[in-house]
Design a binder for this molecule. Structure first.
Ligand code: PMP
Length: 380
């Protein structure tokens, strides 16, 4: 096959990494490992020596059987998923889980509890309210979602069908350091892990259901990973549309219809990259190191200010500001010229956001920290 041209280099040198690519701080879809992209370039042309590219294979053929088996096996092994859980590859993004979860798990007239710690958590709660009572057990909206509420600030309902939380709040840059405490007995824990899935070890046995859109830590957009405890599969009313029933996808091995083959294939490659880089413990070390470079600058600066409260700070999305909006704008512009892309914060927080998902290289975090120090010297 002909090799593709090298992706274009950014205009600046500071943010340039190997292979001419620039440092991509996008909140999602996010950066993918370079080795994965190179493998995909080859397999797009011809996968497994089959003479057919990965996009062109039947989803029921041998090659995709292999892709499917390995993606599931690697997911299970990486996260130590117990045997009584199913691994599903679904479409519709994490946003579709906002309604699919209550449609399957919330009985008519029932109540589910929501821990509302950000924009996406709120969206999930609002969607669930269309199907039953979506009780807000806690909310950090009073301080613009800048913190994760503790058990003292949380009031669960008597016996919720499940408790839903969002482990990392992509827009506000806050993250739960562990599972919520004081959960009502017997209520399955449901988690949206879209922006910190497999960024650290996870004890799946503490959850009833975990879901994550792939496009931040796991692969490209187009597939949502769902890990569900088997006993929850049968809770859904039989009259639900077929495609919305977890039990159907579990029974059919996520190939009831034509699945997002390419996205699952890409996730499979990313999982192998995670394994080769120390598994989930390796990712945790890598992510802590990256975040430390940037938080160290924030903590030692009177110019930059982190927007998330310290105990709740995310290792994935680091939100910060300069002393003024004009300087924020200048920062983003100069950073872009120096080869650091995607740093503009979400409009509801303002300032900057550096998203440093699993595949984001440590040298990029170091380079940004240096750029921040230099910017402060020039403008402080
Ligand atoms: N949950 C979280 C935590 C997110 O960050 C996002 C997207 N940024 C979503 C849900 C929505 O995901 P999707 O676009 O895949 O529907």
């Amino acid at each position: 096959m002909t090799t593709m041209t090298t992706p274009h280099a950014g205009p600046g040198a500071a943010g340039r990494s190997q292979g001419g690519r620039i440092f991509n701080f996008s909140a999602g879809p996010g950066v993918l490992p370079e080795e994965v992209l190179r493998q995909a370039q080859q397999d797009l042309w011809d996968i497994d020596g089959s003479g057919i590219g990965v996009l062109e294979h039947s989803h029921r053929g041998k090659v995709i059987d292999r892709v499917w088996d390995e993606a599931e096996k690697d997911t299970r092994e990486l996260a130590g998923i117990p045997g009584n859980y199913k691994v599903l590859w679904l479409t519709g993004g994490a946003s579709s889980q906002f309604f699919q979860v209550p449609m399957n798990l919330l009985p008519r007239g029932g109540t589910a509890d929501y821990l509302v710690t950000g924009h996406w958590a709120k969206k999930a709660q609002e969607e669930a309210a269309k199907f039953g009572t979506a009780h807000v057990a806690c909310s950090s909206e009073d301080r613009n979602f800048s913190y994760i509420p503790g058990p003292q600030q949380t009031r669960y309902s008597a016996s919720p069908a499940y408790v839903h939380f969002t482990s990392n709040n992509t827009i506000f840059g806050t993250e739960w350091t562990g599972e919520p405490q004081g959960l009502p007995a017997g209520a399955p824990l449901v988690c949206d892990m879209s922006s910190d899935m497999f960024a650290r070890p996870v004890d799946v046995s503490r959850y009833g259901l975990i879901y994550a859109g792939a496009q931040k830590n796991l692969g490209p957009a187009g597939v949502t990973l769902v890990i569900i405890r088997e006993d929850l599969l049968e809770r859904a009313p039989k009259e639900l549309p077929t495609m919305l029933q977890y039990r159907v996808h579990a029974k059919e091995g996520s190939r009831y219809n034509t699945p997002p083959v390419f996205a699952v294939y890409m996730v499979g490659l990313v999982l192998k990259w995670i394994r080769a880089n120390g598994g989930l413990a390796g990712m945790a070390r890598r992510n802590q190191e990256k975040a430390r470079h940037i938080y160290d600058v924030l903590d030692s600066s009177s110019f930059f200010r982190g927007t998330a409260e310290r105990p709740s700070r995310s290792l994935m999305n680091i939100c910060f500001r300069t002393p003024g909006e004009d300087l924020d704008e200048k920062f983003v512009k100069e950073a872009k010229a120096a080869g650091f892309d995607g740093l503009k914060g979400h409009r509801s927080v303002g300032g900057m956001r550096a998203s440093v998902y699993n595949a984001f290289p440590p040298e990029g975090a170091r380079a940004l920290a240096q750029f921040m120090r230099d910017f402060e010297t020039r403008n402080g």
